[in-house]
Write a protein that binds this ligand. Structure first.
Ligand SMILES: C[S@@+](CC[C@H](N)C(=O)[O-])C[C@H]1O[C@@H](n2cnc3c(N)ncnc32)[C@H](O)[C@@H]1O
Length: 246
């Protein structure tokens, strides 16, 4: 299935409202992961990027990319949506970085171009992982790292569509979560834990860690309502994979 046109349309349509709603939270400080803005300083997933060639897959308005550029990385922010790229261009700081329109499942870069490929609910949530992971692995050089944060299957399986919130009741099958309809033909993607392992290893990557970001009690989710409010303190809402290319 080709979800590129529909996902591009979706993000072009919602970009302005999305940034209005979420930029104050996700852009508040450098290196914040996921729906709960858990600091990387606590998770230690990304490490030092000084002097590294970095690709962000699905950079949105570049909250992450501009932070890493300011730390001395040579960053390329790739995104499917021209509206999101315009938002990134507007928000760019003194440390300039390149913006490229493209899709995570068809990366327009030569093999071995990067030391780090990463995203936070970006291209590995919005492109089929079975296509996007091999692309990410291809553009990494030896020793390069693929680090990415996605929704946990627990979170997706407990999402109550009618109530518009995540609950403690399993609503969807875990097996077959694969493609999640996001309206107007747009699609996000999800794999089982086993499928993630097989897809990553199948692309020749070594899994170094699977971090499960756990927000402190009382940390609000900027994106979804949960019942109970401390849902993600009790169960994993996100998976942060840390891998490298040997
Ligand atoms: C939730 S945002 C992630 C950016 C940022 N980390 C954030 O949380 O706002 C998802 C981004 O992925 C982009 N996107 C969607 N499908 C994509 C694809 N196939 N390849 C690359 N980027 C894609 C969207 O345009 C959007 O900017």
């Amino acid at each position: 299935m080709d979800s590129i046109p529909a996902n591009r349309r979706l993000w072009n349509r919602i970009s302005s409202a999305y940034q209005h709603e979420h930029d104050p939270q996700i852009g508040a400080a450098p290196r914040l992961w996921g729906m709960y803005s858990v600091p990387d300083a606590r998770l230690n997933a990304l490490g030092d990027v000084t002097g590294q060639r970095v690709l962000e897959l699905g950079c949105g308005a570049g909250q992450w990319s501009r932070a890493l550029a300011a730390e001395g990385a040579t960053v390329v922010g790739l995104d499917l949506s021209e509206a999101q790229l315009k938002a990134a261009a507007r928000a760019m700081g003194a440390a300039r970085y390149a913006l490229v329109q493209g899709a995570a499942e068809r990366l327009p870069f030569a093999d071995g171009s990067f030391d780090l490929v990463f995203c936070d609910f970006g291209g590995l949530s919005w492109a089929p992982p079975r296509r996007a992971v091999p692309q990410a692995a291809r553009v990494l050089g030896r020793g390069g790292r693929l680090v990415f944060n996605v929704a946990a299957p627990w979170f997706e399986a407990c999402y109550d569509e009618a109530a518009g919130r995540v609950t403690t009741t399993l609503r969807r099958d875990y097996f077959g979560l694969d493609a999640v309809a996001e309206g107007d033909g747009a699609t996000s993607y999800q794999l089982t834990y086993g499928d993630w392992v097989r897809v990553l290893r199948g692309a020749g990557l070594v899994i170094d860690d699977l971090v499960e970001p756990r927000p402190d009690l009382g940390t609000s989710n900027g994106y979804n309502e949960t019942d109970p409010p401390d849902w993600a303190h009790r169960w994993p809402a996100e998976l942060l994979w840390v891998t490298h290319k040997p």
